[in-house]
Each structure stands twice: as structure tokens, then as C-alpha cells.
Design a protein around this ligand. Sequence first.
Ligand code: DQA
Length: 146
Amino acid sequence: MSKGKVLVLHGPNLNLLGTRQPEIYGHETLADIDNGLRQHALLEDWGLASRQSNHEGELIDAIHAARLDATQAIIINPAAFTHTSVAILDALNAFEGTVIEVHLSNVHKRESFRHHSYVSLRADGVIAGLGSQGYYAALDAVIKAG
Ligand code: DQA
């Protein structure tokens, strides 16, 4: 039996990691990140599932499913939906566990439209600009909080 369960959600275009603007988003692929996170969680006796979608509704459905399957925490990089999606905010508001928002890049150093996040209105923590290390920092925070 694992100590807990965490869901990692990645929004649109993050399936292209490794080849998409590597000067901004790094050279690691999404599979590299997801595999590394899963191993890290396993070492701590936690279960970790991850999901990427380019479709807002699929991310919302995954958040709804997490309400029903004993997921303690969601680590989410909503990508461009960060800046546009009231629907993802509403879904996260209906989730009772911990929510941590992660961005690979420092969105505050970039175009002004990236400075506002709907998801931050719900997130318990926000990490930006640490590259893939941000996901690990989020996971460690979830695990330490138990
Ligand atoms: C991002 C930042 C967003 O502004 C952008 O739309 C992304 C990725 C990041 O991880 O830095 O797709 O969330």
C-alpha cells in the first residue's frame, strides 16, 4: 500500500518538451520528467500518475476523476491554459486536496499576458522558473506534508 497518491497534469504543447523552444523549456522530454517523478515518488512509497493533454476538457475530466480516487494532491502545469482557463480553476476549486502549480519558465520574466494565472487563485503553492526541478520540488513538498 502506498502512503499516498499524487496526480501530475501537463497542459497543451508540453508533449513537445525536448524539442519545443529548448532555450526556454529545456532539453528533457515529458517522458524523462514523468519517469523521473514516478521513480522519485516510488522511493518514498507514493503512487504517481501523470497525464498530458492538449484539450482543456480532458484536463478537467482528469481533475474530476482525482476527486473520486483518493488522490491527495495535484501538481499541475496548465501551460497556456494557466492564463485563460476559468474552467480549470473551477475544476480545481472542486478538488479538496493540495494543488501545486508548476511552470518550467519564469512566467513573470516573460510577456505580460503570462503574468496572470487563474490557477494561482486556487493553488496552495506556485513554482516557476526552476525547469523540471520545479516538479520535483512540488513533489517533495507534497510528500513532506504527508
Ligand atoms: C509554461 C508557461 C506558459 O506561459 C506557457 O504557455 C507554457 C508553459 C511553463 O511551463 O513555463 O506552455 O506553463
